[in-house]
Ligand binder design. Structure first.
Ligand code: FA5
Ligand code: MG
Length: 420
């Protein structure tokens, strides 16, 4: 029966990513599909809406939170952390119990026994605190063997924030005033609302600062009229913990998890005199609400009908996604010589208007793709790329050609151009 048994998953001897090399073992469970996703790097694509959103959130934090004196941003931004992390970083450093579901091979992508693809940006908290950072944002792609549907995908993007405070920073006290962040009693109790080591004052102050930071972010992104609510949550590395949900298309959508950082985590990173909060946002969930993108899989689309809607925008620009047709695009170029004496600049807007007018509903995109001067002939040439697409049906080349020819005729008649 050997020939009917499913083939054992191909395992490479070595796996390389982000300048690191790992020897694989039997724990390896990366699929070719997930390796492809790793190679894509959506946040380096300028016109991907996730890149715009990332920049918008970073701008918000840089604008609102500054170091004393105001000259430099409070939060360091870390975008280049390696995506293969130790299981210590992804789980143990975050106090994840040994039998926690997230450690299972059915949930996490393992490179070998001791290394996995980061399942959340929290995997970098311990190392960055150890390096001495108190206030930082971490951005990047994370990987989970999750279900796939309109709001879940095996690779998605998170933005993490950590904010640590000394007692003075937290309470903004003046010299002489004393409010403690740590309990004096050595065996104080852990309660539903607080960790054993924290004073009630510290937890209240941290909760207010954490929630107002995130409510301000939510208002800046969605506007204050967008409905939101706080839900109690559980994470091994924060206590108490919360999730923020926003109303999207009539349903509550979880956009982030957060909480007061476990004091043990800070201590193990060498931070002995501070307390802090942390949060982790799902960028896709926010982008879906903000840009009206109905399906998480669209962020991976290479269809220019999708990407062109975000091209050339500034992070703060408002844009709502217009659904694209499921039928294929048909691409045609149009090239012509301009009449003598006519400047390039004088043509562009008018040519686009004529193309859109003559092509009507079938024109999805028009773009100037080339422009040059032929010095010898003393003539100027322009080329436009036209993307045709119908909402109703797959267009044939012949159908498109009829429309295309009528556009050419109109350009010749209106502007006196000569087709090349
Ligand atoms: C975490 O990943 C925690 N690390 C967040 C955190 C950080 C809590 C710091 C406390 C302190 P969670 O698994 O709930 O938590 O994911 C966080 C967010 O990522 C979710 O709110 C959601 O917006 C997004 N998310 C989770 N799973 C997926 C998925 N499969 N596809 C897309 N987005 C997802
Ligand atoms: Mg969650």
């Amino acid at each position: 029966q050997a020939d009917t048994a499913p083939p054992k998953r191909q395992r490479p001897a070595k796996f390389e990513a982000d300048g690191q090399s790992f020897v694989t073992d039997d724990k390896w469970n990366l699929s070719p599909a997930v390796i492809k996703l790793m190679e894509r790097r959506l946040l380096q694509e300028q016109k991907n809406p996730l890149t715009l959103l990332k920049q918008r959130i970073v701008n918000h934090f840089h604008g609102k939170y500054r170091k004393p004196g105001g000259r430099s941003p409070l939060y360091a931004v870390c975008e280049q952390e390696p995506r293969v992390v130790s299981t210590f970083a992804n789980f143990d450093s975050l106090l994840t119990p040994i039998d926690h579901v997230s450690r299972r091979s059915s949930d996490t992508y393992y490179v070998n026994e001791g290394h996995c693809l980061r399942a959340h940006t929290s995997a970098h908290q311990h190392k960055l605190m150890t390096q001495g950072l108190d206030n930082f944002l971490v951005v990047g792609d994370v990987y989970r063997r999750d279900e796939i549907d309109a709001t879940h995908y095996p690779c998605f993007h998170q933005m993490e924030a950590v904010r640590l405070y000394s007692a003075d920073e937290l309470y903004q006290t003046r010299a002489g005033e004393e409010l403690a962040v740590f309990e004096e009693i050595p065996d104080a109790e852990r309660k539903p609302g607080k960790q054993e080591r924290h004073t009630v004052d510290a937890v209240k102050a941290l909760e207010i600062r954490l929630k107002s930071t995130l409510e301000d972010l939510s208002d800046a992104l969605f506007g204050p009229e967008c409905e939101k609510r706080w839900v109690d949550a559980y994470f091994p590395f924060t206590h108490p913990s919360y999730e923020l949900e926003v109303k999207y298309e009539g349903k509550w959508l979880e956009v982030l998890g957060c909480g007061i950082m476990e004091q043990k985590l800070l201590e193990s990173a060498g931070v002995t005199d501070k307390v802090g909060w942390a949060f982790g946002i799902g960028l896709e969930r926010i982008a879906m609400v903000l840009y009206g993108v109905p399906d998480i899989r669209l962020f991976w689309s290479r269809d220019s009908g999708f990407l062109s809607q975000f091209e050339g925008l500034k992070p703060e620009d408002d844009v709502k996604y217009k659904p694209i047709s499921a039928h294929p695009q048909v691409l045609f170029d149009i090239s012509f010589w301009l009449p003598a004496g006519v400047a390039f600049d004088d043509m562009r807007a008018d040519v686009c208007d004529v193309i859109r007018g003559a092509g009507g509903e079938l024109i999805e995109q028009v773009k100037l793709s080339d422009e040059f001067e032929n010095k010898k002939k003393g003539k100027n040439s322009q080329t436009y790329r036209i993307v045709y697409r119908s909402n109703e049906k797959a267009l044939s080349k012949e159908e498109v050609n009829v429309v295309h020819k009528s556009i050419e005729r109109e350009l010749v008649e209106k502007f006196g151009v000569t087709m090349r």
